[in-house]
Design a protein around this ligand. Structure first.
Ligand SMILES: [Zn+2]
Length: 476
């Protein structure tokens, strides 16, 4: 602690270093003493320690934490600092260094030694210390190795040699560029082990082009691989450009990841691949489902097209596709999804037709000049309108029945004592014995049989007796 305080005091006095000053002030505050008193005491202590014990502080030049030169003594500090700085700027290409050389006061190791002569030797020995540049070769965050200054040119040549080797690998492609990526850093103080330029070359080879691959099993082909690894065909081709994907057989290794290259590699090549064409989804309203319910009538099928393109790949990723031609092999088929529109009225029967006006209620009415008992409800609808089953049941009749007054009629037995009639249709969509569900289309409305205009006659029979349908059906 005492040595540290001494150091800061000396610095403050000599260099007016602000940081040291602040630390010094902090020290004083902590100790709760006045600056003047502290200064006086510390100056005294410094003199005692340095000169009383025959020790002298040294001025050190530090680069990247390594002391590379020292001034002999405190008295000659200012001229020595200037000399050291000038020397450092001349000798070191400071622009290349991660850190600028710094000058600071230091208690040089060896000061603890009692013998005055030894101390002197120690100081002189480090003034100035021989230093050497060392070249660290980095790949991203990975240190490939550190080369001594004398061998750095050879190492660079090796890197260039390897760059050429990589470029040659892409001889089959066009517009190949192999650039950058490897970073060179000059370090004065490193604890790395040094490697030779040849070892650097080996490190490059070993690090370069690492990929993940998958071995095809029985019955598998590249399309399975595309699915397993979620890769499109163009990307898989870019990973495996040597031969067509369809040539990869059982036991073959197929590359499934972008190669991790030492250099940034960009290249282009022409190829043909298939691409999926997505299918559309259309929605259809259905009465067989309640509002909010959904279903699928037809599952969609993706289409397929054959694309001829020039792919540009950078570091294993397709960055550009210049499409030369595109041929549709298979058209996509749209999916049909069903959307329920039937409202649950809570009543037994659903309306047999939509949006219809009632032209004749159940009961007595005047028709063809006479009084007539109407056995059902008439809904006015244009010919060809869908007629729906009012509830689940089995088709009992579908055709002309009795005297033909009902025209083309569908009769549904709901198997709970209720039977419903849908009369005067133009076309029947169900056959006797068919099981139908509530809301299912069973006919197209019409004007057949004893009818004065296109309409749907809906009739409900409970245990064989004609009843008012509105007892069991909501009013529209
Ligand atoms: Zn009627």
């Amino acid at each position: 602690m005492k040595r540290k305080q001494l150091y800061h005091l000396a610095w403050d006095e000599i260099e007016e270093n602000r940081d040291a000053e602040r630390q010094y002030q902090d020290n004083l505050k902590r100790r709760g003493k006045s600056r003047l008193l502290g200064t006086t005491l510390l100056v005294a202590a410094s003199i005692l320690l340095f000169f009383g014990l025959g020790m002298k502080p040294a001025v050190a030049l530090t680069v990247e934490g390594e002391r590379i030169a020292c001034a002999k003594d405190l008295e000659s500090y200012s001229s020595t600092l200037e000399e050291l700085k000038a020397e450092a700027e001349e000798d070191l290409d400071t622009e290349l260094l991660a850190e600028e050389p710094t000058l600071s006061l230091a208690i040089v190791p060896g000061f603890a030694i009692d013998d005055a002569g030894e101390i002197q030797d120690e100081i002189l020995a480090c003034s100035p210390v021989a230093y050497e540049r060392r070249y660290a070769f980095w790949l991203g965050e990975r240190l490939l190795g550190t080369i001594v200054q004398d061998e750095v040119e050879e190492a660079r040549t090796k890197v260039e040699e390897y760059r050429d080797v990589v470029a040659k690998e892409y001889g089959w492609a066009s517009e190949v560029t192999v650039t950058g990526n490897l970073r060179e850093e000059i370090r004065l103080s490193v604890e790395d082990e040094f490697i030779t330029p040849d070892e650097l070359y080996t490190a490059l080879e070993e690090t370069d082009g690492v990929t993940q691959s998958y071995k095809l099993k029985v019955g598998e082909d590249y399309q399975d691989v595309m699915e397993y690894f979620s890769l499109d065909e163009a990307t898989l081709i870019s990973y495996n450009p040597e031969k067509p994907l369809s040539d990869y057989k059982r036991g073959d290794e197929i590359v499934v990841s972008a190669p991790d290259r030492v250099f940034d590699v960009t290249y282009s090549f022409r190829t043909t691949y298939t691409e999926t064409i997505p299918f559309d989804v259309t929605y259809k309203n259905t009465r067989t489902l309640l509002v909010g319910e959904e279903g699928v009538r037809t599952e969609g099928t993706s289409g397929l097209s054959e694309v001829m393109a020039i792919l540009t790949v950078q570091n294993g990723k397709v960055i550009e596709k210049e499409v030369l031609s595109e041929t549709v092999i298979r058209e996509p088929v749209a999916a049909v999804h069903l959307k329920g529109v039937r409202k649950d009225t809570g009543k037994m029967f659903y309306h047999p037709v939509d949006n219809a006006r009632i032209s004749s209620e159940f009961g007595y009415r005047t028709l063809f000049g006479g009084r007539d008992y109407h056995t059902g409800v008439d809904f006015v609808v244009p010919e060809g309108t869908y007629v729906y089953a009012a509830a689940d049941g089995v088709v009992k009749s579908s055709g002309i029945i009795g005297n033909g007054a009902y025209g083309k009629v569908v009769v549904i037995d709901h198997q709970n004592g209720f039977v419903t009639y849908y009369a005067h249709n133009s076309k029947l969509l169900v056959n006797v014995g068919d099981r139908v569900v509530k809301g299912e289309a069973i006919a197209l409305s019409g004007n057949t049989g004893r009818s004065t205009g296109p309409h749907c006659h809906f009739e409900v029979r409970k245990n064989g007796v004609q009843v008012n349908p509105f007892l069991y059906m909501a009013r529209p």
